[in-house]
Design a protein around this ligand. Sequence first.
Ligand code: F6R
Length: 242
Amino acid sequence: MNVVALDSYEAACRKVADIFSDHLAEKPDTVLGLATGTTPLGLYSELVKDFQEGKISFAQATTFNLDEYCGLEPRHHQSYRYFMETNLFNKVDICLESTHVPDGMNTNTQDACDSYEQAIQKAGGIDIQLLGLGINGHIGFNEPAASFAVATHKIDLAQSTIQANSRLFNGIHEVPTQAYTMGIGTIMAARKIVVIVSGASKAKIVREAFFGPVVPQVPASILQLHPHVTVIVDSEAGALIP
Ligand code: F6R
């Protein structure tokens, strides 16, 4: 595991953008694993800039997002499909049919999860997966638990996650309580993983996840066992790194 601490959020985003841009330039038909949340916003701006400057193309790329809220229409302003279209897909040359986000409106849990796993397999697996880090150590929506959930599954969101994400809704009562998420096994099967973490509120969990024991109570700690992980933190998130 390679942990890189940079001075600022902007520098962290640029560094991750370079990793993704280089990857796309080398392998235009890359299968990208993508994340939502506040942290990747600066990264997506940098990738849009790289595209506008003619450095990269997404025309041959395929994408799979980590997760989606259950019960939110794709057009809902807080759905992860809407987030991806607004912040990346509609600003670059990606073919929308090649973009995948779990179907939060599919009430058949088995079908929603199995079909997502099958689509990833059919695409040849994920070449490079982007991750953010929840303040409770979650990756995707794999919340702290007694064991690691392997495949894509439906999860009850932790109260701390609902609380953290309520800043984006008109009140906590509007935040969905369940989501579909890639499993830990799905994430660990990616050939490369890049984690971006920013801000003082994440400093404690950065130390626990990447320098503490590997335990399902801190889901991101499993990444210590992956052979190709790069963690990029800004100085605030990296403040407690030993
Ligand atoms: C989003 C996701 C989550 C976020 C995490 C951090 O697709 O999978 O694990 O990466 O909750 O979110 P922010 O960046 O908003 O702090």
